[in-house]
Design a protein around this ligand. Structure first.
Ligand code: ZN
Length: 283
């Protein structure tokens, strides 16, 4: 659920939890992202939004205690991305200064990553021109780094542009995504953005968890967003479908996962052994 004001939604959402009607509840708090875009990650507006969230979580924690759910409810807090400061005064890459936009059939998005579909026979020309642009990389489909896990997608464009941290790609400065800060037309500058290379430290999010399934006072090495699915499935006792998360990165965060994991391993061994015996008997 989307929550612009967290205080009520988090409690509303959790009513069903506290009454035992739901196994899982999820709340998305948008305000930190919005303020981060508008005023930048270091702004007092972002700090205020985080304080607001903190207050709501204090209320949630009190409610968990008051209803004796401490030993029955797992709480996971995480962000889907980080945020970095951007400077439209100095760091905008204007594509129409380098290529003819009439050679482009379709341009998707603006900012750190831009997708371009070129018109017939213009691919090489556009690619060559964009290769010269500083503070940005241009990739043909098969050149996109493997670690992005992106290049084989069926919707991937002919060319993918990736800006260096802090740089913003747009057709030109007039097409920047200004936001509406007063009654006039949108004209306010954005000061924060995300979507840059995920190896850039500013793009990191956070992960916190507490509850009966989690060990206490454990500080983990960085995990990846794709690992959270396995944790969610674990706490819900649901078998995860095949996914890109790594169990080895999160396993040690869990209470008694060793025992349960061992049991699973024993079962696997048992089935393997049985499989071996059956094939042996056939021979
Ligand atoms: Zn955002």
């Amino acid at each position: 659920m989307l929550a612009s004001s967290l205080h009520h939604p988090i409690l509303e959402e959790n009513k069903s939890m506290f009454s035992g009607l739901a196994d899982m509840a999820a709340v998305y708090f948008e305000k930190i992202d919005v303020e981060g875009h508008h005023f930048g990650p270091d702004s007092h507006q972002v700090r205020a939004a985080v304080k607001h969230l903190d207050l709501a979580l204090q209320t949630l924690n009190r409610k968990i205690k008051d209803t004796n759910m401490e030993k029955r409810l797992n709480v996971m807090l995480f962000s889907d991305h980080g945020m970095t400061k951007i400077k439209w005064m100095e760091k905008v890459i204007e594509l129409d200064k380098y290529i003819h936009m009439s050679d482009i059939v379709k341009m998707m998005d603006r900012g750190p990553v831009v997708s371009l579909w070129t018109k017939n026979n213009t691919y090489q020309k556009v690619y060559a021109a964009l290769s010269q642009v500083p503070n940005m990389k241009v990739y043909g489909r098969q050149d996109i780094p493997k670690r992005f896990h992106y290049r084989n997608g069926k919707f991937v464009s002919h060319l993918t542009l990736v800006a260096e941290p802090g740089w913003f790609i747009a057709e030109n400065k007039e097409k920047l995504p200004f936001w509406k800060n007063d009654s006039g037309p949108p004209s306010a500058w954005q000061n924060g953005w995300h979507g840059y290379d995920n190896q850039f430290v500013d793009m990191r999010g956070f992960f916190l968890a507490a509850g009966p399934d989690f060990k206490q006072n454990v500080r983990a090495a960085p995990i990846q967003a794709v690992d959270i699915y396995n944790l969610m499935c674990w706490t819900l006792r649901v078998d995860p479908l095949p996914n890109n998360g790594s169990w080895s990165r999160v396993e040690f965060l869990l209470n008694s996962s060793d025992d349960l994991f061992q049991t699973r391993k024993l079962w696997t061994r048992f089935f393997c052994l049985l499989g071996f015996l059956l094939s042996y008997m056939k021979v």
